[in-house]
Design a protein around this ligand. Structure first.
Ligand code: ASP
Length: 340
């Protein structure tokens, strides 16, 4: 007992006297994703692959730089997600998919692990970087989720950048809408998803751990191509598409949102870590495999309290990257190594 007390007094003293030395030993790391789905190596040209890899590398590098400079995990995930939102390649921000009515509606959320504070926005149509608005909801309001016009009025009170809805127009997403409309034509008045959802997906996200041991997760999306009737996916639903808790892990998800909401994928992974003593990688692999058995497609990136960065997905591929003080840079797209 006395030895333990002495050890903790000494380590507290060391932390006060040499804070940099003590903190420098702690792991830092970040993982990102740019969506999962039918990502077929045979159908992707070399230049497309290069463009995706370059964008993922840029996002992970910027996010990791924040951590290396002593920044918070919250700042790191915000930075990485903004880079992906600003790229037309991913289904978030600039590259958001089209709704059935050929507009764009975006969802995003963010969470920090030290106090489980969280913020989210749903169905916004003119916010340049929805992740910044989600963060503002967390930090500058009493609420967790704001939606639609109200969320945009809140953005105005903070002078957050707004854009016309056409800012998110891209040709290849418009072509995807045409294909989706054709596939939906037999049941035009239903909000059902009667066809393979896999190719309609994409989302971006980041999870990180900083030198103070704080975890954070951020997720941003345009949702699913041809969504209607104000459909909201899992990305802004805390516990479904995004979750962070210092006592277990942080998760950002991508996939068929309805399943991720129903199975509370992000919080289920962290609950298995917390209550069953599983590693985050084991828990993620298990939950994503179980999701496949009920027809839910998609994947997750995860960081645990020890700084382990992992991923799991049950689709053909997932745009993904990770980098940490204990993890060399990895940028991958296809499924040949689809676990961790
Ligand atoms: N999860 C997103 C949604 O359902 C889409 C995706 O990740 O591809 O809105």
């Amino acid at each position: 007992m006395k030895k333990i007390a002495l050890a903790s007094i000494l380590s507290a003293f060391a932390a006060l006297a040499f804070p940099q030395m003590v903190l420098a030993d702690k792991p830092i790391g970040i993982a990102i994703h740019g969506g999962a789905g039918t990502i077929n190596q045979a159908k992707m040209t070399a230049s497309q692959q290069q463009a995706y890899e370059a964008a993922l590398t840029e996002a992970i590098t910027q996010g990791y730089a924040v951590l290396e400079q002593g920044g918070s995990s919250l700042d790191a995930v915000t930075r990485a997600v903004m880079v992906l939102e600003d790229s037309p390649l991913f289904n978030a921000g600039k590259g958001a998919v089209y709704t059935f009515d050929a507009t764009h509606e975006l969802d995003a959320s963010i969470m920090q692990g030290q106090d489980r504070n969280a913020g989210a926005v749903a169905g916004v149509t003119t916010i340049k970087n929805p992740i910044l608005l989600a963060r503002a909801v967390m930090e500058q309001s009493e609420h967790v989720m704001l939606a639609g016009a109200g969320a945009e009025a809140f953005a105005d009170t903070l002078n957050l950048a707004r854009v016309p809805n056409t800012y998110y127009n891209t040709e290849f997403r418009f072509e995807a809408l045409q294909r989706a409309r054709q596939a939906l034509a037999p049941q035009p008045h239903q909000a059902s998803l009667p066809f393979e959802p896999n190719w309609r997906m994409g989302t971006v996200g980041a999870v990180a751990i900083d030198r103070s041991g704080n975890l954070a997760a951020a997720t941003s999306t345009g949702g699913m191509t041809a969504k209607r009737y104000g459909r909201i996916g899992d990305a802004p639903v805390i516990g479904a598409g995004n979750f962070a808790d210092n006592s277990s892990c942080a998760v950002s998800a991508t996939g068929h949102g309805e399943y991720f909401i129903r199975y509370q994928v992000a919080s289920d992974i962290c609950a298995r870590v917390k209550y069953q003593g599983k590693t985050a990688a084991e828990a993620a692999t298990e939950v994503i495999a179980e999701l496949a058995t009920v027809g839910g497609t998609g994947g997750v990136i995860v960081v645990d309290a020890a700084g382990q960065l992992s991923w799991a997905f049950n689709t053909e591929g997932m745009y993904r990257a990770k980098r940490g003080s204990q993890t060399p840079l990895k940028v991958e797209i296809f499924s040949d190594k689809n676990q961790n």
